[in-house]
Design a binder for this molecule. Structure first.
Ligand code: SAH
Ligand code: SF4
Length: 363
């Protein structure tokens, strides 16, 4: 399908160029304001534009928020969206309410090329990078569906959905500029986190991004030795664990900021007390905290989930050296939790009740 050009994703300069020099300069600001601050979902809704200009824009392009193709509601309140992009491809976004607040987990690529052994998204391979508009657009679409005003209600954004954000860094950084612009969506960079499997040169490049729009950094560690990490995360063959830790030491944290390390616990693979001690030692000199995640299972993943006592023991050991939290899985029952995003189809119980379970024996 040929992609229609979209307004979402354009910055002010690009909107000025689009509108053209024959229009007064404030027109571009009006359009920018309508898309990002007032979050008008359609070009037709930008009624403060003169009609001929509005019609010209509408003829040339769409506003372009990703469309909700389907969503899946978890018993814990989490909603997983399957969003349709302008070229017909689909990608996932996860909305996780927490009382008055919420966290939205957005994708940065369709699929992922990194091939970690415990992650369902890896089984998709990479289909393509998302554009800046498609990245920021997920936030706008989900927030409007949930009746949230991103900069007023407390919304956290994590770039932890499908994809490896640092393999699409230019678009991730442009999306971050749009999300944080005080004249637009105005979300604080303190509330945006980007998670990486450890693409070292891109970590350095991220560190050079302007403080006012740079998201916080989380690193998926997932192993306590080089050998173990190579097994679980083949990217380690290119970017060694030691160099990754060195890049983290050199990373320019802001005064208020800590690094986050994520660690997926795989039963009898990387979850021993000795692993916990090695993790604590590896990270001892960093200004960091650790989030442990017990494996979220899925078809095609050969690892198992450790029991709660093992997870607690691991946490207790790491905690002697640095803050360590257990990340509660959200949306596990609808394939919305970390590492489960692979456009999994789920038949809602209501449909089963009305049309019956699909049967393998039609007679
Ligand atoms: N590609 C980026 C961000 C997306 S993955 C990255 O790898 O960091 C988001 C997080 O989910 C990562 O910390 C990853 O280690 C974790 N994860 C992947 N598969 C998982 C699974 N099956 N169970 C629990 N966490 C998983
Ligand atoms: Fe990609 Fe992250 Fe999954 Fe690894 S864990 S395959 S980097 S999405």
């Amino acid at each position: 399908m040929q992609a229609t050009p979209t307004l979402i994703g354009l910055d002010l300069g690009e909107i000025e160029a689009l509108i053209g020099a024959d229009q007064p300069k404030f027109r571009a600001r009006q359009v920018y304001d309508a898309v990002y601050r007032r979050r008008i979902g359609k070009i037709d809704g930008i009624t403060d534009l003169p009609k001929p200009l509005r019609e010209r824009l509408r003829g040339e392009m769409a506003l372009g928020l990703p469309e909700i193709e389907r969503f899946y509601d978890s018993s814990d309140g989490t909603r997983r969206y399957l969003l349709k992009l302008a070229d017909g491809k689909t990608v996932e976004t996860v909305w996780m309410p927490e009382g008055e607040r919420a966290t939205v987990c957005i994708s940065t690529q369709v699929g992922c090329p990194v091939n970690c052994g415990f992650c369902l998204t890896a089984l998709m391979g990479l289909e393509r990078n998302l554009t800046a508009g498609e990245i920021a657009g997920q936030v706008l679409r989900a927030a409007s569906d949930r009746g949230f005003t991103p900069n007023v209600d407390r919304l956290n954004i994590v770039m932890m959905g499908q994809g490896e954000p640092l393999l699409n860094l230019a678009n991730v950084l442009k999306a971050a500029r749009l999300l944080t612009d005080p004249k637009g969506m105005a979300i604080s960079p303190r509330r945006i986190t980007v998670s990486t499997s450890g693409i070292i040169p891109k970590i350095e490049e991220l560190g050079r991004a302007p403080d006012e729009s740079r998201p916080k950094l989380a690193i998926s560690l997932n192993a306590s030795t080089e050998e173990q990490r190579r097994e679980l995360m083949p990217i380690t063959r290119k970017y060694h664990l030691k160099d990754l830790i060195d890049a983290c030491k050199a990373y320019p944290l802001r005064a208020w900021e800590k690094l986050t390390f994520e660690y997926v616990l795989l039963r009898d693979v990387n979850d021993s007390d000795a692993d916990a001690r090695r993790v604590a030692k590896l990270l001892a000199n960093l200004n960091a905290k650790v989030n442990v995640i017990a494996l979220n299972p899925g078809p095609g993943i050969s690892f198992e989930t450790p029991d709660a006592a093992r997870v607690a023991s691991f946490q207790a050991i790491v905690r002697r050296s640095l803050p360590c939290f257990i990340r509660k899985p959200r949306g596990l029952d609808v394939y919305a939790a970390c590492g489960q995003l692979k456009r999994m189809e789920i038949v809602p119980i209501a449909e089963i009740l009305t049309s019956g379970l699909p049967t393998s024996n039609p007679s």
